[in-house]
Ligand binder design. Structure first.
Ligand SMILES: [Zn+2]
Length: 233
């Protein structure tokens, strides 16, 4: 195998190794990302607080209705108890009872509203808890799938590194160094092919003599324009 063919294959392997590394990096970020879970958990917590608040308002409204009921009972007891006989005082008491009852109707409406709000808050809490449970289940499933993929990628990586080692064993050290330098300078593409008389990477035209060097097993051609090693396939 010519050195340039070896380098060309090594570049393919390196490119696969690069892809595996970027996917592993993505998986690491995905595994660390708990935004969805945190958001669902915050919603559930807020819904729980809302339920407590609505229950407290409902109890307050109940207590207010209860106090008003006692006031009405006391006013009615005075009105019908027989102790008050003065007609003017009796008239005043009757007016008081009527006013207390009118206000009572308002307080009862408020209590009904508070009960409704409390029920709504409970229903909403139920939904947010369900969403949280779903999010937890989905996160667990995703975690399992990602860990599985991670393990497979690590195996791929081992295989690819072994392949790379096998290839690099057949290439002289100075050519490997040149390859590594070119890869760094040329964004991972150190080896190029001839495509219709041109360098596939930069498009520069290669003379027939240059193409012949690229195809020879003993010599190495660097593209006169981009400097990449030309693999004469
Ligand atoms: Zn070129």
């Amino acid at each position: 195998m010519s050195h340039t063919l070896s380098l060309y294959r090594m570049q393919q392997t390196d490119s696969q190794i690069g892809k595996v590394h970027s996917r592993l990096e993505e998986i690491k970020k995905l595994l660390e990302n708990d935004d969805v879970l945190r958001a669902a958990s915050m919603l559930a917590e807020a819904a729980g607080i809302r339920v407590d608040e609505m229950e407290a308002s409902m109890q307050q409204a109940e207590a207010t209705v209860q106090r008003q009921r006692i006031k009405i009972e006391q006013a009615e007891a005075s009105l019908y108890g027989g102790t008050v006989r003065n007609p003017k005082e009796l008239q005043d008491l009757e007016n008081d009872v009527a006013a207390l009852k009118r206000h009572m109707s308002l307080l009862e409406d408020r209590l009904l509203e508070a009960m409704q709000a409390s029920e709504n808050a409970q229903a909403n809490r139920g939904m947010t808890f369900q969403s949280l449970t779903n999010a937890q289940e989905q996160a667990a499933q995703l975690d399992t799938a990602l860990h599985q993929e991670q393990m497979e990628l690590l195996k791929d990586l081992q295989r690819l590194e072994a392949e790379k080692k096998a290839i690099s064993g057949s290439v002289p050290e100075n050519i490997l160094v040149a390859y590594d330098n070119l890869r760094q300078q040329r964004r991972g593409l150190a080896v190029t092919r001839i495509l219709d008389q041109n360098c596939e990477a930069c498009g520069a035209t290669l003379t027939p003599a240059q193409q012949q060097i690229a195809r020879s097993a003993s010599q190495t051609l660097n593209c006169p324009s981009c400097g990449r090693i030309v693999y004469g396939n």
